[in-house]
Design a protein around this ligand. Structure first.
Ligand code: PLP
Length: 396
């Protein structure tokens, strides 16, 4: 028999969400996550994935994955520290270190796990963490797990950061202080002000931690936000994911050898959760090879991003101040935003609405993630649908 307390809790809260229109129904895809997807038998232009470079369906990655699966099997069989470290895991880490221009790197099962493991491996209750208010949920959880004092600063507000770093330092309350930020913020597509952050870190002796999930493969000719600013030797932790631009699954921390050695003995998801599958590791290696050999996919992504932005702007939409291919189309009102996304869907564009509390009240938006795999033809079709729906709803 199930718990009555639990039953009541679930029923009440699910009903509450449904009444408020906040219950998210998940649409299962009946196709690969490419530029065109199939949902409920209907083909849609996909502007919602994080598959920036189209690598999720790349033939070379699929081949590498299949070959590794044939050689090593479908699962790694154990956590890394028992006997789940395959030679391809090591090879992937070496590739990532050179891709990121760091001494060393460690691979986790996801970007989320990196943050769940790396922060608490070095920070504890006698420390403090300065955290951008718009940081990703996994950073927030990672900070909480460390039990360090969390000091939020206003989004990309360098005066606020400097003031709070100064106060924390001068209070004498903390052994270590860390500054932690997304490299690229996923809701607006803006880039963290890393040169200023590094300067403040040097002034107050802060540990620097940049989660570049949305910047890797996109900025710095693919190497990420830290490289984009030429700060590879100035940032202690560079976090990346293998599930967005790289197109597979997994995450990594790149940094000095001592840091990575420490994470290998202290990061809990590394120690207590089975390693990346062999197929995934091999596909990631192939992806890094492709990105290292040529910037063609990266260039195509930017070309498509700029094309979509220009098109939406010319139609008269508010696309915010994105500095990356992430293209928000800001509608404002929450229910109008949801209506807009629903109408796009009916007309054949899959672009999700993002509203409060994920973004501030009154800044509801439909977020577009163009990729290198989109063609001009597909983007033109999407733009014509945007125009139609924008006019239908009185936005244009
Ligand atoms: C997506 C994202 C993650 C999570 O990465 P996964 O590999 O999907 O777990 C972590 N941090 C940031 C900033 C992200 O955008």
């Amino acid at each position: 028999m199930s718990s009555k307390v639990l039953d009541k809790f679930l029923k009440e809260n699910l009903n509450d969400l449904k009444e408020k229109g906040l219950y998210n129904v998940i649409d299962p895809l009946e196709s690969a996550n490419g530029p065109i997807i199939k949902i409920g038998g209907k083909e849609l232009i996909n502007l919602s994935s994080n598959n920036y470079l189209g690598l999720a369906t790349n033939e070379e990655l699929i081949k590498a994955c299949n070959e590794a699966t044939t050689k090593y099997g479908v699962g790694a069989g154990a956590v890394r520290t028992i006997n789940g470290t395959l030679d391809i895991h090591i090879k992937l880490e070496e590739k990532l270190a050179s891709f990121k221009h760091t001494e060393s790197a460690i691979v986790f099962q996801s970007g989320f796990n990196c943050n769940a493991g790396a922060i608490q491996a070095v920070m504890d209750k006698n420390d403090a963490i300065l955290s951008d208010e718009l940081n990703h949920a996994s950073i927030i959880d990672g900070c909480r797990l460390s039990r360090a004092k969390i000091i939020r600063y206003n989004h990309s507000d360098m005066n606020d950061l400097r003031q709070k770093a100064k106060e924390a330092k001068e209070s004498g309350l903390y052994n270590k202080i860390m500054i932690i930020t997304d490299g690229v913020f996923s809701m607006d597509g803006d880039i963290a002000k890393l040169p200023e952050i590094v300067k403040i870190a040097e002034e107050f002796d802060l540990i620097t931690y940049v989660d570049d999930a949305h910047g890797s493969g996109v900025l710095g000719k693919g190497s990420g936000t830290v490289k984009h600013f030429g700060l590879s030797d100035k940032v202690d932790f560079q976090i990346g994911t293998l599930s967005k631009a790289i197109g597979v699954v997994g995450g990594y921390v790149a940094g000095k050898k001592d840091l990575i050695d420490w994470l290998k003995v202290r990061a809990r998801p590394f120690l207590f959760s089975t390693s990346l599958t062999p197929g995934s590791a091999a596909a990631c290696i192939k992806a890094i090879d492709i990105l290292t050999e040529s910037t063609a996919l990266h260039d195509k992504l930017w070309e498509n991003g700029n094309y979509l932005k220009k098109g939406l702007r010319e139609l008269g939409f508010n696309i915010g101040n994105s500095e990356t291919p992430i293209t928000p189309c800001i509608i404002g009102d929450e229910s109008k935003t949801q209506e807009f996304s629903k109408r796009l869907y009916e007309e054949g564009v899959y672009a999700k609405s993002i509203v409060f509390p994920t973004v501030p009240k009154g800044t509801g938006r439909v977020r577009n993630m163009p990729t290198a795999a989109h063609t001009k033809e597909i983007l033109d079709k999407a733009l014509s649908i945007y125009e139609k729906v924008g006019k239908d709803l009185g936005i244009l």
